[in-house]
Design a protein around this ligand. Structure first.
Ligand code: FES
Length: 83
C-alpha cells in the first residue's frame, strides 16, 4: 500500500455490515477508503476483506500496518476497541 494514502494517515473507524469489501490501495478512488476501480492504470490491486457480523473496524490509513487492511498501531495511534 502506498505510504501517501490520502486517508489522513490515521486509522479509519467504520461500522460495517456483513459482506465483502475492497480496500483501495492506490489512493485514486473517489469512494475512499473503498475501491471504485480507479486503480486500473496503477498496477495496484485492492485488498479484499470479509466481515461476518456487523462490527466496528479500524482500517489502516497510513500504509504501515502489518495487518492490512486493519490498523495495527504502527501509526502510533492505538486501535483501541478493535473487535
Ligand atoms: S493507520 Fe496505519 S497502522 Fe494505524
Amino acid at each position: 500500500m502506498s505510504k501517501n494514502m490520502p486517508d489522513g494517515g490515521m486509522p479509519i473507524a467504520l461500522t460495517l455490515d456483513p459482506g465483502t469489501y475492497f480496500r483501495c490501495t492506490c489512493g485514486k478512488s473517489q469512494n475512499l477508503p473503498f475501491c471504485d476501480e480507479s486503480h486500473s492504470s496503477t498496477g495496484q490491486l485492492p485488498i479484499t476483506f470479509k466481515i461476518k457480523k456487523r462490527q466496528k473496524v479500524y482500517l489502516c490509513g497510513c500504509g504501515s500496518s502489518g495487518d492490512q487492511p486493519y490498523c495495527d498501531g504502527s501509526c502510533g495511534v492505538s486501535p483501541a476497541g478493535r473487535e
